[in-house]
Ligand binder design. Structure first.
Ligand SMILES: Cc1ncc(COP(=O)(O)O)c(C=O)c1O
Length: 294
């Protein structure tokens, strides 16, 4: 018999099939909510403190006032994984603006809704994609500029991500990336992007969510003596790359074999993608940077 996972909502653990939030929640009505996603591997939550810091920044910049402080979120996250008896998990935690009883209301008066949902670990791509690379579309949609909604907010306003993804899937691609307002490469719906050229790696510096996995790969590259630069990356750089990979909490590095309808020069995954991804998974196995759940 399949068990009903337990989800944390406002201090209570509730079976997922019974878990609800109000239809008047501003997170639902207005997309007024922030979140983060962290993962556990072999019972250790990777870089939990980095994810909590990013979440705290999103909360602060959104001027949300959740009842949980950093310790409270940490405990809720660990306890949610524990109660669901998960070793390898993808854990999403969310703070919404909460419920307004009036149609027009002062958003500062609401009590935020707090949710932690732990599911079995997911990868962004299937086995074949992870082994042989995926095909990326370059969307005609652009990311939000910083003067509208800075991409450093990890927020639920993601309709343009969904539309870009649907366009890509309907055109037969596996995933999508988009450009910023100036035409430079930004990121994808759940990943950052790296270009490898002549043994060096390059990743966009602006117009992106500061991925925890992105930073991990930058650190691993440093450790390996691989030169790396955070800079503007254009579609020219994509088309002339030796290797391209994306990074995400959902799977580490994902090799790219084709971008914007053009096959890369070499087979994916290239040697640097492979080496860094192996290092990443060694790190995950080692429990370094891990917060034990059990
Ligand atoms: C828009 C966006 N960019 C990049 C990433 C990758 O970030 P991380 O490595 O922290 O998972 C995510 C994660 O979901 C994301 O939503």
């Amino acid at each position: 018999m399949k068990t009903d996972p337990l989800i944390y909502i406002n201090s209570q653990f509730i079976p997922l099939s019974e878990a609800t939030i109000s239809v008047l929640d501003q997170g639902f009505l207005l997309g007024d909510a922030v979140f983060d996603v962290v993962s556990a591997w072999k019972g250790n939550i990777f870089k939990l403190e980095d994810h909590l810091s990013r979440f705290e920044d999103s909360i602060r910049a959104t001027r949300l006032t959740p009842s949980l402080d950093r310790n409270g979120w940490r405990e809720a996250i660990i306890e949610t994984v524990r109660r669901n008896n998960l070793k390898d998990a993808s854990i999403r935690f969310i703070a919404t603006r909460g419920v307004s009883q009036q149609v027009i209301a002062d958003p500062r008066e609401n009590k935020p809704t707090e949710i932690v949902w732990a599911a079995p670990y997911i990868f962004l791509a299937d086995d074949n994609g992870r082994k042989n690379g995926i095909r990326l579309m370059i969307s005609h949609l652009r990311g939000f500029p910083a003067d509208t909604l800075d991409p450093r907010y990890k927020c639920v306003n993601r309709l343009h991500f969904q539309l870009a993804k649907i366009d890509a899937l309907e055109a037969g691609y596996d995933d999508v990336i988009w450009l910023d307002q100036n035409g430079y490469v930004s990121e994808g719906p759940a990943s950052n992007i790296f270009v490898v050229k002549q043994g060096k790696i390059f990743t966009p510096s602006e117009g992106i969510l500061r991925g925890i996995t992105r930073q991990t790969f930058v650190d691993l590259a440093s450790q390996e003596g691989i030169e790396h630069r955070e800079c503007q990356v254009s579609t020219f750089d994509l088309h002339t790359a030796d290797e391209i990979f994306t990074t995400s909490t959902a799977g580490g590095a994902l090799p790219i074999r084709e971008v914007g309808g053009c096959k890369l020069k070499f087979e994916a995954p290239g040697p640097i993608t492979k080496r860094l991804d192996e290092m990443y998974w060694k790190l995950r196995d080692s429990a370094e940077f891990g917060t034990p759940v059990y």
